[in-house]
Design a binder for this molecule. Structure first.
Ligand SMILES: [Fe+2]
Ligand SMILES: [Fe+2]
Length: 293
């Protein structure tokens, strides 16, 4: 498919008017220990405010039988900065597929949130890239998938057939159809929206971190975050650390994995941090889902 057609289509993609500015604000706030969630609220538009209020009133954040959080300040105080930013960063993409039963919105959100949190945890414990940037890159890493589903439906079907018929990885099938994978596609869109390159590079190269010429630490953190979050999401609620550790070790060969090969000891401390972050995030996702039912 020719790049001009892709670019032409991407320019049609609508977004929330405040979105690019919000990404910059979120990045600065996550980096600044003195910042508060209230600072982020100033950059929110009405649709963001209503989504944040809805979530603040769910079981995990509100009091189970007495939910009437009506002010945005109260909602923000309850949700906290990290979850607030995850809600806001997902919004423009989720609105694109709202009401479309063919796209598993819930699974997409769970995977994105988990990937954001784990990419940040990996960045913090391995010193790969920058934690705040890895968090945002992880949160948005698969948005190209939504773009392909929504704006290139014929090609989406071709990718599905290729994966089915030849049993090849999804990004490989995309490269055959588009000459690029969803990471590249998502990064082009984010660049059109003026999202900083430190973030778009991690999105672009999350399936091929060795191709990143700049910001390779962020790309590697998001690459590992994506792989580990797939493992975690596939397992459901992880209840036992030893089981988790065993599965991770058979999945990732620490000593030979770029970015992890210099971890101290046998990597148990690293996996303890991943486990704690994954459990906390699963708890949050699970409670939110239960409330929606
Ligand atoms: Fe991906
Ligand atoms: Fe992913």
């Amino acid at each position: 498919m020719d790049t001009d057609r892709i670019l032409h289509k991407l320019k049609e993609v609508n977004m929330l008017p405040t979105f690019p500015a919000t990404v910059g604000t979120v990045m600065n706030l996550i980096q600044d220990p003195m910042s508060s969630a209230a600072d982020l609220a100033r950059g929110m538009d009405p649709s963001m405010v209503s989504e944040v209020l809805r979530i603040a009133n769910t079981a995990y954040f509100g009091t189970r039988n007495f939910r009437n959080i009506t002010s945005i300040e109260h909602a923000i105080a309850i949700i906290g900065l990290e979850h607030l930013s995850s809600i806001i960063l997902q919004m423009p993409f989720i609105t694109m597929v709202k009401g479309d039963s063919g796209f598993d919105r819930e699974r997409f959100m769970e995977h994105s949130i988990m990937c954001g949190v784990l990419s940040k945890t990996i960045s913090l414990s391995t010193r790969l890239g920058n934690p705040g940037e890895a968090y945002i890159g992880g949160m948005m890493h698969d948005i190209g998938t939504i773009i392909i589903y929504r704006y290139f439906r014929r090609e989406w079907d071709q990718v599905c057939s290729l994966v089915r018929e030849r049993d090849i990885p999804w990004p490989d099938a995309e490269r055959e159809v588009f000459a690029m994978d969803h990471g590249y596609m998502g990064a082009i869109l984010l660049e059109l929206w003026n999202i900083p390159k430190v973030v778009t590079d991690s999105v672009m190269f999350h399936h091929c971190p060795d191709e990143a010429k700049e910001n390779s630490g962020n790309a590697l953190a998001v690459h590992l975050g994506n792989r580990l979050s797939k493992l975690v999401n596939a397992q459901g609620i992880v209840s036992d650390f030893d089981v988790f550790l065993k599965r991770c070790r058979s999945f990732l060969d620490i000593g030979n994995e770029p970015g992890l090969e210099r971890l101290p000891g046998d990597g148990v401390m690293f996996y303890e941090k991943i486990y704690a972050a994954a459990r906390q995030t699963q708890h949050y996702i699970y409670e939110e889902k239960r409330e929606e039912r």
